[in-house]
Every structure is written in structure tokens, then in C-alpha cells.
Design a protein around this ligand. Structure first.
Ligand SMILES: C[C@@]1(CC(=O)O)c2cc3[nH]c(cc4nc(cc5[nH]c(cc(n2)[C@H]1CCC(=O)O)[C@@](C)(CC(=O)O)[C@@H]5CCC(=O)O)C(CC(=O)O)=C4CCC(=O)O)c(CCC(=O)O)c3CC(=O)O
Ligand SMILES: NC(=O)C1=CN([C@@H]2O[C@H](COP(=O)(O)OP(=O)(O)OC[C@H]3O[C@@H](n4cnc5c(N)ncnc54)[C@H](O)[C@@H]3O)[C@@H](O)[C@H]2O)C=CC1
Length: 193
């Protein structure tokens, strides 16, 4: 599978199911600014709380095709394999589909990831061990300290200036390479700290 960064801001994400896993998925999309619609006869308290705060839409019913026809991304997270597989079959060929259980029936998998500032680290084990993916992404992320994130922001700003300058393309390339070399110091916190 190919890792991509996807902007879901203001996009419709339809979550089929209202349990613990549905909540874990929708929390991620909500944080990224997606519009969330939950389709489920029952939802856990955390979801009904968000609904009461108008942070998401909730249709209290079993899913049918109409519910997800306009979705940018569909998450099937019911406790029924049959329902989840049906969602995967009925989804349009241009829609993104994630199945919390049998992910191979969909076309999107959710990796374990950490994000701060402009850095995103994601780990996928393709379902071999979600727990290991979680541990690995935590270990990798913990290597970076506050200094790193300040430097990364500086890099972003300096690079923007070089890109916008009237310098010759070759000179821009030279400066951009120099920028990376300059930045390649001890990026991360020493391990004995
Ligand atoms: C295929 C995938 C779904 C997809 O496509 O998205 C999938 C599938 C399944 N997970 C299961 C179990 C667990 N999943 C977790 C945790 C996470 N699972 C996540 C992703 C994925 N899980 C995708 C593959 C990612 C990969 O492998 O790299 C994370 C990264 C993201 C997220 O879910 O939000 C999140 C870490 C959150 C974080 O990083 O913080 C834990 C541990 C815990 O909850 O702490 C357990 C219990 C222990 C264990 O089993 O390891 C089961 C068995 C269910 C059953 O028993 O019925 C299935 C189904 C199956 O394998 O058939
Ligand atoms: N990706 C992951 O990390 C994990 C995935 N899973 C998978 O996710 C599935 C869901 O897990 P939980 O949230 O714990 O289950 P749960 O039993 O807490 O929730 C299931 C939800 O599906 C809803 N539902 C049932 N039939 C429906 C229908 N026809 N239309 C709409 N909604 C319907 C129920 O009302 C309920 O809200 C599990 O069956 C398992 O396959 C489980 C653990 C971890």
C-alpha cells in the first residue's frame, strides 16, 4: 500500500457504526477538520456527547446505500462482518473505504501516527501487529525534542524565502542543499537524556 498525506478538511467522512472503534476513527478525522456523519442505531456516550455539541451529525439507524453515496471517505466499523463487507461492495469506485475489521476489502488502512508542527511520523505493519505499529511510532517520535521542531519551522521559512527569490535555479538548488546540510546536526534529543 502507498502512504499518502490526505487533506480531509471540510470533506464528508461517513462512519458506519457507533462503537469504540468508530469513535477512535472519527476522533482523528474530526481533529483534521473533516465533516463527520455517523450512521448507527446505537452510539457510545463519547459520540452522543459530540453530537450534543453539534460537532458531528448522527443518523440513528442502520446504514443504507444513500447514507454514504456522497462521502469522500467511508469507515465501516460495525460489529458485523457482513455489514462491513456490504459497505465495501456498495461504495462507489472513486470513494475511499476503510474497514476496521477486514481491511483488505477496503482501499485505505489507518497507520499509527504522531504529528507535531510540520512533522508526521506514521508506521504501518499492514495488519501484522497494530500494537507493534503503535509502539514503533511512539519510539520514533520520542527521539525528537523541542529544538528539532523549532529548527524544522526555521527550515520551512528559509526554504520559502529561497523559493520566492529571483535567484537562478542552480543557485536556488545549491542554497536548498546547503540548508539541509546546515540543519543536519544533532536533530534529536540524546538517547541518555
Ligand atoms: C488493519 C487495521 C485497520 C485499518 O485498516 O485501519 C487494524 C485492524 C485490527 N486491529 C485489531 C486490534 C488492535 N488494534 C489496535 C490499535 C490500533 N489499530 C490500528 C490500525 C489498524 N488496525 C490497521 C492496521 C495497522 C497496522 O497494522 O499497521 C491503529 C494503528 C490506528 C487506529 O485504529 O486508530 C491503532 C493504534 C492506535 C495508536 O497508534 O495510538 C490494538 C491496540 C490498542 O487498541 O491499543 C489492538 C489490540 C491488540 C492487537 O491486536 O494488536 C484487530 C483485531 C480486532 C479483533 O480482535 O476483532 C484488527 C482486525 C484484524 O486484524 O483483522
Ligand atoms: N482497527 C482496530 O484497531 C480494531 C478493529 N476492530 C474491529 O472493529 C469492529 C468494531 O469494533 P467496536 O467498535 O469495538 O464494536 P462495538 O460492538 O462496540 O460497536 C459496533 C457498532 O456497530 C453498530 N452497528 C451494528 N450494525 C449496524 C448497521 N447495520 N448499520 C450501522 N451501524 C451498525 C452498533 O450499533 C454499534 O454502535 C470489530 O468488530 C472489529 O472487527 C476491533 C478492535 C480493534
Amino acid at each position: 500500500m502507498l502512504p499518502l498525506m490526505i487533506d480531509v478538511k471540510n470533506r464528508l467522512v461517513v462512519i458506519i457504526g457507533g462503537g469504540k472503534i468508530a469513535y477512535r476513527r472519527l476522533s482523528v478525522f474530526l481533529k483534521q477538520g473533516a465533516k463527520i456523519k455517523v450512521i448507527s442505531p446505537h452510539v457510545i456516550d463519547e459520540i452522543s456527547f459530540l453530537h450534543a455539541q453539534s460537532q458531528l451529525e448522527w443518523k440513528q439507524k442502520e446504514a443504507d446505500k444513500e447514507d454514504f453515496k456522497d462521502a469522500f471517505l467511508i469507515v465501516a466499523a460495525t460489529d458485523s462482518k457482513e455489514v462491513n463487507a456490504w459497505v465495501a461492495r456498495e461504495a462507489g469506485e472513486h470513494q475511499l473505504v476503510n474497514l476496521a475489521g477486514e481491511s483488505e476489502l477496503g482501499n485505505v488502512q489507518v497507520p499509527s501516527f504522531h504529528q507535531r508542527g510540520r512533522l508526521t511520523l506514521a508506521v504501518s505493519t499492514d495488519g501484522a501487529s497494530p500494537s507493534l505499529a503503535k509502539d514503533l511510532s511512539e519510539q520514533l517520535f520520542n527521539q525528537f525534542d523541542d529544538v528539532f521542531f523549532d529548527r524544522l519551522e526555521d527550515l520551512f521559512n528559509e526554504r520559502k524565502k529561497i523559493k520566492a527569490s529571483d535567484l537562478h535555479q542552480d543557485e536556488k538548488q545549491r542554497l536548498l542543499k546547503q540548508l539541509v546540510r546546515k540543519a543536519q546536526g544533532p536533530w534529536s534529543a540524546p538517547t541518555d537524556r
